[in-house]
Design a protein around this ligand. Structure first.
Ligand code: FE
Ligand code: CA
Length: 499
C-alpha cells in the first residue's frame, strides 16, 4: 500500500530515474560543490548533492551526511554541527537549515560522508533588523548559457566582497543555440526529472560556478529557461498540451529546488513551488524577490506572435485583468511595500521592467514576454512602489542579455530606478538594435550589449552605487574582468545618475 501510494504520488516522471542504473558513492561525492543561501540574521541554508561513481547512474537509498559550521576558516571553532539524510527522493541533495547563528558575520562550513569531506564553503548571515548598517553589497547575475561561454565572471564574483549574490534567472538553459559555442550540453531539451537533474549536474560541475557558490550565500529566483523558453504559467510554446507541460514543469521545479540552497519550506508540491520571498538587511535594505513566471497570464494576442514575439496594435495587452505575479503575490508585494521601513526597497526579479517601445516607422511595438506584455500588472506594481513610505526603490533584473540602467516612470514621474546586470555568458541583441531602443525610449538611460558579466550594487544610507563588471571574452577561460561603467542613485531622488 505504501509503495503503491508512493508511485501514484510521484507520478510517471519518477520512473525513468528509478529505472536508471544504480552505482556506489563517487570517490569525490561532492563533485557538484557546496552552496549556501536564504540568509537570515540567525540562520543559513547549506546545500550539497552526493554523486555516484557514474554520473549517469543514481545512488541508492538514504545516506547519512555530517555537517559542521565554524566561525573560522580552519574549522577550529565549530558552533553548529549535525547529521542530515540525503535521500533518493530528492536526488541525494541536502538542504540543511542551520539556526542559532549570530547576525552579520561570516561562517565556514563543510560536509562529510563516509569519511570523505567536501570543499569548505564560506557564508554570511544577514544583519539584525534593528541594527544600523553602513553598507551592503550584492552581485546581480543571470543567464549563464553553458555552451556559449566559460563562467570566468563567476570566478571573479567569488573574489568580490559581498553580502550575497542575487541570481535572477536562467541558471540552466533548456535549449542549445548561439554562435561560437565553447562546449556542449551533450543532450537535448530536458522534459523528464532525470534530464533536468543531469542538466543541473552538468552546470554545477563547472569550477567557476562552484567557486561563486562556495564564497557567498546566494538568493535565487528563476526565469523561463529553468523550465522551457518563454513559458507562461501552464503554457509552453514548445508543447501545446498543458497537462503534459505541467508534468514537465513539476520535474523542472523539483530539480531546481534540489540544486539550490533553498529551505525545506520551498520544497515543491507537484507543479507548484512558492519561490517569492522577502529578506531584511538591518535598517538599510528590504529585498523583495519575485517570481513572474509561475502565475502569469498567457502571452497577449497569441495568434499574432511571430518568432520575435512583438505585439503591435494588440488591445488584449492592455487588459487590466492580465497579471505577471498572480493576485496572491501582487497582494503580498503591495503589503510588503506598504510596511517597508528600511532605507532601500530592492525588488529582485527576472526581466527589464521599464517600457521599451520596439516599433519602427511610427508604429508602437512591445515585446510580449517581458513586462511590456503586461502593462496593467506593471502599473499595479508601480502603484505599490508609490504607496510605500520608503522613497528609495531599486528594481534589479536580468533576462535580456545586456546591461541597462533606466528611470522607472508612472505618468512621467520617476518612481524608482532600474538596473539590469547583463548576462554571465548568454549572447545579447545586436548593437544597432540597442542603439535604436535607446534613441526611441529616453527613460532608458543606458544600454549595452555584446559584453558579459554582472552588476555590483552597493547600498549606503545616502546613495546606491552600481558598477557593471564585464569579462574580456566569455570564449576564453580565466578571462580578466574590469568595470565597464558606474552609476549612482541618490537617497530620496529616484533616477539614474552617471558618475
Ligand atoms: Fe537568459
Ligand atoms: Ca529568460
Amino acid at each position: 500500500m505504501h509503495r503503491r501510494s508512493f508511485l501514484a504520488g510521484a507520478g510517471a516522471l519518477w520512473l525513468p530515474a528509478m529505472a536508471r542504473a544504480q552505482a556506489p558513492l563517487a570517490e569525490q561525492p561532492f563533485g557538484l560543490g557546496v552552496a549556501s543561501g536564504h540568509p537570515s540574521p540567525t540562520g543559513i541554508v547549506l546545500w550539497t548533492r552526493l554523486m555516484a561513481t557514474d554520473p549517469s547512474a543514481t545512488l541508492a537509498g538514504a545516506i547519512p551526511v555530517q555537517w559542521m559550521v565554524a566561525e573560522d576558516e580552519a574549522l577550529q571553532k565549530v558552533v553548529r554541527s549535525g547529521e542530515a539524510t540525503a535521500d533518493a527522493r530528492w536526488a541525494h541533495s541536502l538542504h540543511v537549515e542551520v539556526e542559532g547563528l549570530r547576525p552579520k558575520r561570516p561562517y565556514w562550513y563543510r560536509f562529510t560522508v563516509q569519511g570523505k569531506t567536501s570543499p569548505i564553503g564560506r557564508t554570511c548571515t544577514a544583519p539584525d533588523p534593528r541594527e544600523h548598517v553602513p553598507a551592503l553589497r550584492f552581485a546581480l547575475a543571470s543567464c549563464q548559457q553553458y555552451e556559449q561561454g566559460y563562467f570566468s565572471a563567476l570566478r571573479h564574483m567569488a573574489a568580490e566582497e559581498l553580502t550575497a549574490v542575487l541570481f535572477v534567472g536562467d541558471y540552466i538553459y533548456d535549449i542549445s543555440w548561439g554562435r561560437e559555442l565553447v562546449r556542449h550540453h551533450g543532450t537535448g531539451r530536458p522534459t523528464m526529472l532525470f534530464e533536468f537533474r543531469d542538466r543541473y549536474a552538468l552546470y554545477k560541475s563547472d569550477r567557476d560556478l562552484q567557486a561563486a557558490h562556495a564564497a557567498h550565500p546566494w538568493i535565487v529566483t528563476w526565469d523561463d529557461h529553468e523550465v522551457t523558453d518563454d513559458y507562461t504559467s501552464d503554457i509552453s510554446p514548445a508543447d501545446p498540451d498543458p497537462a503534459r507541460f505541467l508534468a514537465q514543469r513539476a520535474a523542472a521545479y523539483q530539480a531546481f529546488w534540489e540544486h539550490m540552497p533553498l529551505p525545506n519550506a520551498m520544497q515543491p508540491s507537484g507543479a507548484s513551488l512558492r519561490l517569492y520571498d522577502r529578506y531584511r538587511f538591518g535598517d538599510l535594505a528590504e529585498l523583495h524577490v519575485l517570481d513572474d513566471r509561475q502565475y502569469r497570464s498567457h502571452h497577449a494576442c497569441r495568434a499574432m506572435l511571430a518568432r520575435r514575439k512583438l505585439l503591435t496594435g494588440c488591445d488584449e495587452r492592455n487588459d487590466p485583468a492580465r497579471t505577471m505575479l498572480g493576485a496572491e503575490q501582487e497582494m503580498w508585494l503591495a503589503d510588503g511595500m506598504k510596511r517597508a521601513s528600511a532605507r532601500w526597497n530592492v525588488v529582485a526579479q527576472q526581466t527589464l521592467m521599464a517600457e521599451v517601445d520596439r516599433g519602427r516607422d511610427g508604429q508602437h511595438s512591445y515585446w510580449a514576454d517581458g513586462w511590456d506584455g503586461y502593462p496593467a500588472a506593471r502599473r499595479l506594481l508601480l502603484d505599490a512602489v508609490a504607496a510605500s513610505p520608503v522613497r528609495n526603490t531599486l528594481v534589479l533584473g536580468g533576462d535580456v542579455h545586456s546591461f541597462w540602467a533606466a528611470d522607472l516612470e508612472r505618468d512621467r514621474a520617476v518612481l524608482a530606478t532600474e538596473f539590469v546586470g547583463g548576462s554571465i555568458t548568454s549572447q545579447g541583441p545586436a548593437e544597432a538594435r540597442v542603439k535604436t531602443l535607446l534613441s526611441r525610449n529616453p527613460h532608458l538611460r543606458y544600454g549595452r550589449t555584446g559584453v558579459n558579466g554582472y552588476g555590483l550594487v552597493t547600498l549606503e544610507p545616502g546613495s546606491a552605487q552600481v558598477a557593471f563588471r564585464t569579462v574580456q571574452s566569455v570564449k576564453e577561460m580565466n578571462s580578466p574582468i574590469s568595470t565597464l561603467t558606474r552609476f549612482a542613485v541618490e537617497s530620496g531622488r529616484p533616477g539614474v545618475q552617471r558618475v
